[in-house]
Design a protein around this ligand. Structure first.
Ligand code: F6R
Length: 239
């Protein structure tokens, strides 16, 4: 694990350079993307680099980590909407090559097809992750099997609480999501995890220094051969 502790702005700038290096060497790279507050700064940097003519997404294929069950892509809180709004609409990516799991009529059987699609695309070159206050990666909540593929999950109370800020009330937060499994994530050739703020400090200390534990899904990243963690000082404060 490589650990970079810097301001959110600088983390985004440094990580964006990793994307530029990847896309320069492999313009048709397969990117694993994340939603939530954490990647927003990075997406702004990538858009700025695209506008400056430094990178192109023309040949990129992308697979997002997750989607809420029950929300269509038109719903402003759906992760498809988020990706279009925060990144895809601002760069030259071919939307047909962008994939966000479908949250409608989803079953575990259909969800597992997502892994097959990723495999057929050649596997993920660079997977971006945020982390939950409870140590989840994607929506793999504490206790999730470490060898799972894309599946439907029930969100924990702590995740519903954390995500209610995006909705009118906690009752509007979908209770289930479809999300990449930990095995799917670990199969990525390179992983970048970003964590900002005090709320993430305990989870990050356990993920980095603790034993590999089902109750802290992010701790599995200790076993990944090429994982870089970007944190601000607050998220690193319990290390
Ligand atoms: C989002 C995702 C989640 C978030 C995590 C942190 O696609 O898979 O694991 O990365 O819940 O969310 P934020 O960034 O909003 O703190």
């Amino acid at each position: 694990m490589k650990i970079i502790i810097n301001s959110k702005e600088n983390c985004a700038k440094i990580a964006a350079r990793e994307y530029a290096a990847l896309l320069t060497g492999k313009p048709n790279a397969v990117l694993g993307l994340a939603t939530g507050s954490t990647p927003e700064e990075l997406y702004k940097e990538l858009i700025a680099m695209y506008n400056a003519g430094e990178i192109s997404f023309k040949q990129v294929t992308s697979y997002n980590l997750d989607e809420y069950v029950g929300l269509t892509g038109e719903h402003p809180q759906s992760y498809r909407y988020f990706m279009d709004d925060k990144l895809f609409n601002h760069v030259d990516i071919n939307k047909d090559n962008t994939h966000v799991p479908c949250g409608i009529d989803m079953t575990n059987e259909k969800a597992a097809q997502y892994d097959k699609e990723i495999e057929a695309a050649g596997g993920i070159d660079l997977q971006l992750l945020g982390v939950g206050n409870n140590g989840h990666i994607a929506f793999n909540e504490p206790g999730t099997a470490l060898d799972g593929v894309t599946h439907v999950v029930e969100l924990t109370q702590s995740t519903l609480e954390a995500n209610k800020r995006f909705f009118d009330s906690i009752d509007d937060v979908p209770t289930h999501a479809v999300c990449m499994g930990i095995k799917t994530i670990m199969n990525a050739r390179k992983i970048i995890l970003m964590a900002y703020g005090k709320n993430k400090a305990e989870a990050m200390a356990k993920a980095i220094k603790g034993k590999i534990d089902l109750d802290v899904p992010a701790s599995i990243l200790q076993l990944h051969p090429d994982c870089t963690i970007y944190m601000d000082a607050e998220a690193a404060s319990a290390l």
